[in-house]
Ligand binder design. Sequence first.
Ligand SMILES: *[C@@H]1O[C@H](CO)[C@@H](O)[C@H](O)[C@H]1NC(C)=O
Ligand SMILES: *[C@@H]1O[C@H](CO)[C@@H](O)[C@H](O)[C@H]1NC(C)=O
Ligand SMILES: *[C@@H]1O[C@H](CO)[C@@H](O)[C@H](O)[C@H]1NC(C)=O
Ligand SMILES: *[C@@H]1O[C@H](CO)[C@@H](O)[C@H](O)[C@H]1NC(C)=O
Ligand SMILES: *[C@@H]1O[C@H](CO)[C@@H](O)[C@H](O)[C@H]1NC(C)=O
Ligand SMILES: *[C@@H]1O[C@H](CO)[C@@H](O)[C@H](O)[C@H]1NC(C)=O
Length: 477
Amino acid sequence: MLLLGLLLIGGLPTATAVSLEYHRFENAVERNLVCTDGTPAGYYSKESESGSNTWYIHLQGRPWCYDYESCKKRADIDQVETTDPTTNFPTLEKFGIFDVLQQDNLIYVPDCSGDAWLGNTSRWGHNFRGRAIVHVLLQELPFQENSTVLLAGCSAGARGAMVHLDFLRPLLPPGISVRGVLDSPAWQDLPLHDPQQGTSLAEQTRLAYELFSPPISPWCQSAFANQTDTWKCLFAEYALPHVQEDYFLFSYLDDSFQLHTDLNTKPPFGPNQLTFARSLAARINHTIMAAAAAGKAVHAPACYGHGVIEHFDHFENVSAAGVTVAQLFVAWLSQPMANSTLSPHAIPKQAAVDRCTTFNCGRGCPAHSPSFVHKQEQERDREHEDEQQEEEEPSDDEEKEPRRVIKSTLPMWLLAVFSASGGLIVLTGSVSGYILYKRRQERAAFDKIYMPLTPLDGDDAPYWPNNSLQFSPTLEL
Ligand SMILES: *[C@@H]1O[C@H](CO)[C@@H](O)[C@H](O)[C@H]1NC(C)=O
Ligand SMILES: *[C@@H]1O[C@H](CO)[C@@H](O)[C@H](O)[C@H]1NC(C)=O
Ligand SMILES: *[C@@H]1O[C@H](CO)[C@@H](O)[C@H](O)[C@H]1NC(C)=O
Ligand SMILES: *[C@@H]1O[C@H](CO)[C@@H](O)[C@H](O)[C@H]1NC(C)=O
Ligand SMILES: *[C@@H]1O[C@H](CO)[C@@H](O)[C@H](O)[C@H]1NC(C)=O
Ligand SMILES: *[C@@H]1O[C@H](CO)[C@@H](O)[C@H](O)[C@H]1NC(C)=O
């Protein structure tokens, strides 16, 4: 499956990749610039060769944790608490927005702090230092006079960027302008479809606010003056309208991350689930429109998906209202700063929002696999009939099953070599098997952390931007 994924990447007409180089923070441990497990944090970078004074700083988005249980699970099961790639992965290939901005200074900060870049604390033996990492990075980068800093992120990374945006100016030399690029943070305060299943995104945010207690901008603070509401400043639905700095906001109207969290299943959806998806889309649209009315640039295709800017081909191909994400982004970047006080009610030209109102109905959506489209069309037809009685679709467990096959292949092969041969052959077989095994493990660890393996969407449309987590069952040997 991994090979298939890599073949697919290789086989498609892709944009070029940009190669970034890893740097550890100096004295990282002494300065508490560490991953969850206390290992040093760092970042990938490529400085402009043409002397550009635009700095694109991308905060990676990975699952966060917000209470004892989720933090323990993140550390024990997901094993994503450490990412120091100094020896094994000194370079990183990035696509999408990195390709479009390849003349500029590019920074990619791997998320190993598990706190959506909000924390500066330690708890239950885990470190949460995302906020300190962002602040120190911004203070140490060699910005030139009149630089533009684009603080960007996807998903949890966009949440972090949103919260940090109005704190940046005091950290930077005077005269530097700051703009945000927020990919897929527009989550909504909705209860879970089945309240027994998990923790709603809003409740997670309430808990995370208690755990990380990041500073809150005065603009947001005054909008949510009651202390019991301060967590809302970490939640895009509430917080985005109070962000002062200019930003570019992207969200799919059928955000697959929230749908997956709230519905606890993936498409094809039944009628009730589709109704839930409609209410989510209407609310995301509302958030998008509020940002547009405040003079920000917004791009919102009526599609099922999550995360676009890092994708090797979606950033330049996915469109809303006939405009691709990259086109709108480039237009926004070349414009002077939006000035929200100039035209508070006019929707600026920098808005591309689909208007169709059924699930995944946009014309410029990412290509899903034929079976996804086929099933979705059936669902759409069903939705148009009179509301029939509730009918839950079976979960797609069976569809995931084939991915587990590789899991046991190698050890079984080793066993076969052991039982079928003797002496030197066994030794050679097991040694090379072991090397292969280690390589695959390293590769799997790397993929889990960095690789945007999104081309395999479709039935399993990514609900996580670098949705490599979906591949972990296949890769854990
Ligand atoms: C993080 O905490 C340390 C003390 O542990 C402090 O020196 C530093 O200023 C804090 N950084 C931020 C960004 O809060
Ligand atoms: C920075 O901007 C100021 C004001 O627009 C201008 O006078 C100055 O020459 C600029 N500096 C550089 C290095 O471009
Ligand atoms: C703050 O909100 C809580 C819960 O909604 C409410 O009980 C309390 O009275 C509010 N406090 C103030 C000062 O408005
Ligand atoms: C993306 O767009 C490019 C250029 O328009 C095109 O060559 C490529 O086939 C597209 N990729 C997909 C997957 O549609
Ligand atoms: C933004 O609008 C305010 C109020 O109309 C004005 O004073 C300010 O100069 C404008 N800023 C820019 C950058 O256009
Ligand atoms: C989004 O909101 C705008 C303005 O309220 C409305 O005109 C448009 O129909 C909405 N689009 C969708 C897809 O709900």
